[in-house]
Write a protein that binds this ligand. Structure first.
Ligand code: KG4
Ligand code: ZN
Length: 346
């Protein structure tokens, strides 16, 4: 049994968690997530403010996570911390804290890739959300479709050519006059819209696409955002729910269809969703309905584990710790960072 303290400060959540376990048998002992509400007044994350807020929050957040877990300082075996991708100033707060804590306790520490954390999040809640599976990662900064034959082996099938899925939700929310972060607001408004009033074409989705075609799996959301912008300009404020609905339908359709292609071609019976947009219940329901016809099970994280949190970082960290990996104390933080184990699909 290994007990890991996880730390996540890549964007606007200061989070710490304690997990304990071995292999895929892992128990979440505590999870503290402090969301930085201040960014709401700016309509987006202000990096310098995010760093400063992490700085004031990190010690109490970690202390609270250790207390909630009933974990005495000496009982932690290793620390896992997000070291990229993300806002460098924000990441550095977590990385520096983790190094200092590891050094003081005389325990190892590991840098974890934020998106690999998102892939592991659902496994904390569902025993079967483990490889082999097709993973769809939909967050505010990244969107990718990966085949996962085993933990640590990620075959990239497709990715967004421009905006991330969450970014598209946030930008469309802004166009519709909704608060930041926009995803949940757009989802709520879309539910009240009439699906027949507007229709936006599904980006990068055509029937004649074949697996050899790079657009078969790739995604694109900036055209959809422009379509929304044009509809908002041409319409009246009363159209907002209908525009939100048309946008929501288009984005969900595209994500579901590309994932269905991956499930069929890779012959997988499981789909694991990760990232903030995976907290979208409409997307999850549509994904379940489609995958049921293909005989595949869909695993989605609860809202708490869909958005940025340290539990998923600890969980991914445990996997690397068990493989004997350790990070040096001069580990840096990176705005962009390749996913470890990522290869183009064979
Ligand atoms: O994974 P995450 O917490 O942070 C990043 O790593 O980027 O994802 C945040 C993103 C935001 O863009 C937010 O609008 C979106 O996830 N999001 C949603 C929903 N909840 C959060 N998007 C659509 N529907 C939701 N219910
Ligand atoms: Zn994230």
């Amino acid at each position: 049994m290994t007990r890991i303290l996880g730390i996540e400060t890549s964007c606007d959540e200061t989070s710490a968690a304690v997990i304990e376990g071995a292999g895929d048998d892992v128990r979440l002992e505590s999870l503290v997530i402090l969301s930085q509400d201040v960014h709401r007044v700016f309509g987006g994350v202000v990096p310098e403010i995010a760093s400063r807020q992490h700085l004031t929050a990190i010690v109490p957040v970690v202390t609270r996570a250790l207390e909630d877990a009933g974990a005495a300082a000496g009982s932690i075996d290793a620390i896992a911390v997000t070291n990229g991708p993300g806002l460098v100033g924000a990441l550095l707060v977590g990385v520096s804290f983790a190094k200092a804590y590891a050094f003081a306790q005389g325990i190892p520490f590991l840098g974890v890739h934020h998106m690999e954390g998102h892939l592991f999040a659902t496994a904390l809640e569902h025993r079967d959300a483990v490889p082999p599976f097709v993973g769809l990662l939909v967050s505010g900064g990244h969107t990718m479709l990966v085949d996962v034959p085993a933990w640590g082996e990620y075959h990239l099938l497709g990715r967004t050519r421009d905006d991330a899925a969450g970014e598209a939700f946030d930008k469309v929310a802004k166009l519709l006059g909704l608060p930041y972060p926009g995803g949940p607001h757009v989802e709520r408004l879309a539910k009240t819209g009439d699906p027949a009033r507007f229709r936006f074409s599904r980006p990068m989705l055509r029937r004649d696409q074949g697996p050899a075609d790079q657009e078969y799996y790739d995604l694109s959301f900036s055209g959809l955002k422009t379509a929304v912008l044009n509809a908002v300009r041409a319409g009246t404020p009363d159209d907002a729910p209908h525009i939100a609905r048309a946008f929501h339908d288009a984005i969900v359709d595209t994500l579901v269809e590309k994932t269905a292609r991956a499930v069929q071609r890779q012959g997988r019976a499981r789909v694991v969703l990760g990232g903030g947009v995976a907290g979208n219940r409409t997307l999850v329901a549509a994904m379940r309905a489609r995958m049921e016809r293909l005989g595949a099970e869909v695993y989605a994280p609860s809202n708490r584990l869909a958005t940025d949190n340290a539990a998923m970082i600890a969980r991914a960290g445990l996997f690397h710790f068990e493989r004997g990996e350790r990070s040096p104390l001069d580990l840096n933080a990176f705005a962009s960072l390749p996913l470890p184990g990522l290869a183009t699909a064979p």
